[in-house]
Design a protein around this ligand. Structure first.
Ligand code: GLY
Length: 308
């Protein structure tokens, strides 16, 4: 019997002080929602969907309601879900009328017909799959994100506070889910790493599950989440993998972001080179760890100062 575990994150960037408590608490709430599923013997896939839905409902985060707008003042949402048991996945991008893109991604996965569907086509299919459409105005909420931000690496559009969840269930199945509104003031049609399999997320029962967050244009160059699973397959521990890949992100492509990992034994890894990454981890007990920084020697070493 496995020990279940869930990790959620609410994005890697510089979280202004007035927003930190909301970020911590939102992650804690989402992780505990996913934990309730796992503790009842439920599937990792159900747990990550439930956790991501909580984050999509919370306007604190750049996912679902409260997402950043594009240059035309519209919200365009991306999401991905992957089942480590079968390697099936569902993904959506640039949808404007879906309150819970993670659920649409799941229905697409379960349809077995397509894996990645975008824009108006995804919205047209949503209703047939039992995912209600919403008024685009329902997704607009005052975005607290940029106020007070004093940390912007050269070329990076901040914040890119995607949400994500990885989980291992009692049966030993792994799953991952991600959801985002993308970067603020993005060009209409721009899609980042979040819905791209292997980049924003990957899950494989043989190795582990990983979810990335941060500057999508740079993250996708390293196919970060699939790379994490490959390093796990070589026997590296999740924390070492997370730190190694975040170091590579910075050194190889001048990228910034974060990575959460759970391996098939339930060991966790979490690293970021942004000042903050809001997260929560829940293990049996339930033992809950929630915060906005993951204090490892490596991530401290490679984190730029807020003024840099
Ligand atoms: N990582 C989210 C994005 O760049 O869209």
């Amino acid at each position: 019997m496995n020990q279940p575990v869930i990790i959620v994150h609410g994005g890697a960037w510089h979280i202004p002080s007035p927003l930190r408590e909301a970020h911590r608490e939102g992650c804690r709430r989402a992780a505990l929602t996913g934990w309730d599923v796992l503790a009842a013997g439920g599937a990792a896939l159900d747990a990550v969907e439930a956790a991501v839905r909580v984050l999509e409902d919370d306007p604190t985060y750049d996912a679902g309601r409260g997402s950043h707008c594009n240059l035309q003042g519209e919200v365009e949402l991306d999401a991905l879900i992957m089942d480590g048991r079968t390697l099936e996945l569902g993904s959506v991008a640039a949808v404007k009328r879906v309150r819970h893109p993670i659920t649409l991604a799941r229905r697409i996965m379960e349809s077995g017909e397509h894996a990645f569907v975008v824009g108006a086509g995804a919205e047209a299919w949503a209703e047939a799959l039992g995912v209600p459409l919403c008024d685009p105005a329902d997704l607009l909420a005052p975005s607290p994100a940029v106020a007070g931000d004093d940390w912007t690496p050269p070329g990076m559009r901040l914040p890119a506070d995607t949400v994500g969840a990885v989980a291992l269930d009692l049966a030993g199945n792994l799953a991952v889910g991600t959801s985002t509104g993308g970067t603020p003031n993005k060009r209409p049609g721009r899609v980042g790493d979040t819905p791209l399999v292997g980049c924003g997320a990957y899950a494989d029962n043989a190795t582990g599950a990983a979810a990335a967050t941060g500057w999508g244009e740079r993250l996708m160059r390293l196919v970060l989440s699939k790379s994490a699973c490959e390093l796990l397959a070589q026997g590296e521990a999740p924390q070492a993998v997370a730190e190694r890949l975040i170091r590579q992100l910075e050194q190889r492509v001048a990228g910034y972001g974060g990575l959460i990992i759970v391996d098939r034994q339930g060991r966790v890894g979490l690293a970021h080179n942004t000042p903050h990454l809001s997260f929560a981890i829940v293990r049996p007990g339930p033992e809950v760890l929630a915060g906005i920084e993951f204090p490892t020697a490596e991530s401290e070493t490679h984190r730029p100062s807020p003024a840099s």
